[in-house]
Design a protein around this ligand. Sequence first.
Ligand SMILES: [Zn+2]
Length: 203
Amino acid sequence: MTAPTADLRKPYITPYAEETVELPLTFVHVAGVDWLTYRDTLPGEFMFGVLWARCGNRQDGTVLWSMVHTLRQRRCMLKGLCRVCGRPAADPETGRLWWVLASPPPTDGAAPWPTVSPPTCREHIAEALTACPHLRHGSPFVCTVSDYTPIGVLANLYGHDDDGRLVETRHQMAIGLDDIHLLPRALATQLLVSLRDIRPEAV
Ligand SMILES: [Zn+2]
């Protein structure tokens, strides 16, 4: 994947090839359930009842445009940080969070709307529209939201093949945080949130 242009800032949530690490995945049997885990699990690698994809955090090297760094995406969502600069995305005057969606929500903004795209601070909306492949090629919708809440994860599912080897069985599937049947064998790669009180904004 090549960069859109050479001089664009590297967005905060964009990963680098050098941040890719080995995933020593395995299953452990706990209370009648097979749980996906790492052979050397570290504190904090489970959140919302699911294992998260491990990745490095050097923010330097070969940019993997169009991919998403799992832990920086999750941090942006948990803290309301901008996907481009990693700083707070709340408007200092209104307290509402600036957001750019790949397409307009189908309703007038009153109904909650799910997304895995983190907020974008007002200063970096124009840059996000230029740099993010899924925004450049879509019908982006700039808005503010009053609040949002985590509702699920985008995850890969794992199981065993006929020879007992651990294999990926589903790739990039949305799973609700209440799905107790799928979460144990999921490897979360992005946090899915639900936006509330969506207002279209001009920039
Ligand atoms: Zn920003």
